[in-house]
Design a protein around this ligand. Structure first.
Ligand code: HEC
Length: 120
């Protein structure tokens, strides 16, 4: 009984440190991003609209490729991040304040940011 407790504790410890595995396996996520989103357009949207806050961290915006700031957000998945980017989230204005953006364009910008961060 004691041994099996120790074994399960080890298993739990393993899974709790598993976020490190995210570093080891970003490739499938990137392949999916690249298949699903237009990253070239996303880059333009990012530079025109999102960089205002995300390049500097104004208003506590997670800074572009500050992996510590992005990791927990990325862990929520693209769907949640795109929803927050299009509908707004705390100090994050909906569509970065650019109401003419389509949901697809905002999604492309999120994908661009995430894809760039995964390469670092
Ligand atoms: C006026 C400043 C500002 C602009 C412009 C801006 N953001 Fe943000 N963004 C923020 C802030 C602040 C947060 C942090 C919100 C929080 O977590 O409380 C944030 C968070 C986010 C997040 C993380 C959401 C999550 O689920 O944790 C994403 C994704 C995002 N922004 C995408 C974008 C995109 C895409 C654009 C351009 C279309 C953009 N942002 C433009 C301020 C901005």
């Amino acid at each position: 009984m004691k041994t099996s407790f120790q074994v399960s504790a080890l298993v739990v410890a393993f899974f709790c440190t598993a976020p490190q595995l995210v570093n080891a396996a970003p490739e499938p996520a990137r392949a999916e991003l690249r298949a699903k989103y237009d990253l070239v357009q996303g880059k333009k949207v990012y530079e025109n609209t999102c960089a205002t806050c995300h390049s500097s961290g104004v208003m506590d915006a997670p800074v572009f490729c500050d992996i510590t700031a992005w990791k927990p957000r990325i862990a929520n998945g693209m769907e949640v991040m795109v929803k927050h980017a299009t509908e707004g989230f705390n100090n994050m204005p909906s569509k970065g304040g650019m109401e003419t953006l389509t949901v697809a364009e905002a999604g492309n910008a999120v994908a661009y940011m995430v894809d760039q961060c995964l390469t670092h």
